[in-house]
Ligand binder design. Sequence first.
Ligand code: PLP
Length: 406
Amino acid sequence: MDNLTKYRDDFPILQTEIYGRPLVYLDNAATTQKPQCVIDAITDYYLSTNSNVHRGLHYLSEKATAAQEGARQIAQGYLNAQSPREIIFTKGTTDSINLVAFSFGEGFVHPGDEIIISEMEHHSNFVPWQLMCERKGATLKVIPFDDNGELRMDVYAQHLSEKTRLVAVNYVSNSLGTINPVREIITKAHDAGAVVLIDGAQSVQHIPTDVQALDCEFFCFSGHKIYGPTGIGVLYGKEEWLDKLPPYQAGGEMIHQVTVEKTTFSELPFKFEAGTPNIAGIIALGQALSYVRSVGVPDIAEHENELLQYATEKMSAIDGLRIFGTAPLKTSVISFLVNGIHHYDMGTLLDKMGVAVRTGHHCTQPVMDHYHIEGTVRASLALYNNTHDIDTLVDGIIKVKQITGQ
Ligand code: PLP
């Protein structure tokens, strides 16, 4: 079960001590730690390459441009996109979704149209659609989930109609861990004539991704949740759709020609990349994706699934502990509460034992509303976690129960 243990050494921060105890980092759904090769990629860029891209003829500018475009090809390969033109670098998942909500909304949504999302979306895949629907006079329809945390596909089928323009759902829920049936969701949306955006923020690091096999129009993820830096992410879009969408932000890099009267825009992907990009971040993201591929996503998935089973069994045996999100198809997330113990108290006391977990609503307030709770404690796994981490968490929960007399 601990067969990926050798990779722990790649992550220097895991050697940290917290309050005199070895760090047990179980907040990976919020952000993952970075391997040395990603840290080195950022440093090396500023030591040996720093220059603006696409604008200079000089050596460093060409080197920076080549490194950035190399990272685009790595991202293309990682997602199995058809072309690097389909890979747009953004600030992250939130930025990617806002781009599509704005551009698709401007170009293709009219009063009376409908957008479908789900009750288990991260606020990033909720609020941009609410705002867009308000702006365009469209209606937002929401697929509910059952108490296990599985989407009500019967209600989804009822929501779909000739009025549906776009369906936006997460592949994996960040607060429940549910792996959603995205293939089926995409096929049904296409049958209704709608396009689909998949929020892959919690799937790309755990499940092999093939956007051509999925056949979604848009797919997005954040670099920092897949062992890369913060402030960088990817929006994949089918070329035919990216070609049709109006630009989101305007400025340098995204223009073909500007005259006083009129501007024409760059070709893809630059039409959607206004301004100087996060060059170091892009290069380091490429490094992170290469790292994950070298470990192997199927091996990571197998390892994390074994750990998830192990943790679920041990935690379920704790008296008074309830797990939220018990779908048969889950990955890497265990949200829980213990009777009589506020999630903040649990999180704070675990922290004092060196265990980092997340507490609160996890930017999914509608999920919390579903269960009539304020928040949960969330432990989330990555490739470097092991059974010792889970044992420390479980011992910690039992200790918190003793301390609080529950
Ligand atoms: N979507 C999901 C499913 C997430 O888990 C998150 C972050 O937790 C986001 C979107 C937003 O990602 P970011 O803050 O990196 O833009």
